[in-house]
Design a protein around this ligand. Sequence first.
Ligand SMILES: Cc1ncc(COP(=O)(O)O)c(C=O)c1O
Length: 399
Amino acid sequence: MALTPLFARELFDMPDEVLWLSHCKDGPLPRASLEATRRIVDTELRPWDMDWERDFLDVAAYLRQQAALFFGAHADDISLTTCTTTGLEAVAMGYPWQPGDQVLLPAGEFPSNRLPWLALAARGVSCNEVALWPGHGDDHPCTPHGGIQPEQALIDAITSHTRIVAVSWVRYQDGTRMDLARLGRACRERGVHLVVDGIQGAGTVPLSLEGVSAFATGGHKGLLGMQGQGLLWTSPVLRSLLLPIGTWLSAPEAFSQSGHRHDLGDLWSQGGRRLEAGSPSILSCAALATSLALMTGAGGAAVIHAHVAGLQRALLARLAPLPAWQAESKRLTDLLDAGRLGSILSFALPQDRCHALLRSAPRHHVHTSTREGYLRIALHGWHGGTDIERIVAWLTDAQ
Ligand SMILES: Cc1ncc(COP(=O)(O)O)c(C=O)c1O
C-alpha cells in the first residue's frame, strides 16, 4: 500500500509542522491556483490590457471544461455557481412545483440541503426528513455501522407525491457515504429526481452521475479551490424543467448585451449557462480550474480515493489494538469495508474525550474539527504514512 503522499507538500503553502485534517471545512489552495488568480488580478489592475475573450469568457469556459474532465461529465451540463447552496437553490426555486408536492431529505442534513426545501412550504410543498438507520435522528442518536441501508430507507419513503429526493453524497457530521447509483436507479424507476449536495465527496470520491438529476458542490473543500466558487451539474431533462435564472451571459451564443429576443427565438442557452446569474468571480474560476487540472493530472478522484482509503485503513489498524479506540476502529473499518465512507473518519467519542483531544491538538500542530459529537479526521492527497503516525501520537496522547 502506497503511503507516500500523492501531492508533494511544496505544491501548497503548508509548513511541515502543520497537520491539516480539516479539508471538510476548507481545502488548502495549491500555489499554482494562487498564481492563476494573480494573472487575473493583473487584468483587474490594468483593464485596458484585458482581452475579453482570453481573460474572461475563456477562463469560465476552461473551468467548465476542467470540471467536466474531473467529474466525467459534459461541459455543457455544468453551471458555474458561487457555492453548493446556490446550486441547490437553483433547483429548489426553479422547479415547477404544484401544491401537494413533496421533497424527501435524510434527517440531519447540512442547512444548505435543508432550508431551501423547507422554504417551499410557502408554495404548498412539504418536506419529509427520513431517518437513515434505526435510531438515527433521535435525541440520543445511534451511530451508523457497516450494515446500514440508508438508500432503502429513502426509497421506502417515496410516495406518489414525491418529486425530488435531495441527499448529501457524504454526510458532514458522521461521514457516511450514500450509494448514489443505487438511489438514482430507484428514483428514476419511480419518476423522481435525485438531487445531490456533493461538497463532502467532491475531489476525494469518484463520481457516477448515472441516475442523478442534479449535483451541486462548492469548490473550496476537497476540490481545493477558493471560497465563493461552486459548480452545478444538471441533467438536460431536469434543466429543461427549471426556471432559467441566467441573463446576459446565458444567451445561446455565450453572451448578449441586449435584452431582446434572440434571432433564433431562444433567449437562453440550453446548456448549464442558462442557470448562471451574471458575471462569475473570474478569480475564483481561475483558481478552481487550476486545482481541478492538478488533481486530474494526479489521476483524478479514483486515485485520490484509493490513496485516502489506504491511509484510513492504516490509521484504523494502528488504533484497533488500543482499548480506548477498539470499538470506534471496528465500527469505522466496517463502514470502510462496506464502501460507506468518503474522506472523513468521524469518531463518535464521549464529550470529555473529544474536548481533551481538541485541547491537546495544538501541541501536535493538528487542525481538526467536531460536528454533532463526531471528531472529524479528513484525509486527502497530500497526506502520507508519516501523518498517520502523527495522528496516532495525538490521539493516544490524551488517553
Ligand atoms: C454537506 C455540506 N453542504 C454544504 C456546505 C456548505 O455549502 P456552501 O458551498 O454553500 O457554503 C457544507 C459546509 O460545510 C457541507 O458540509
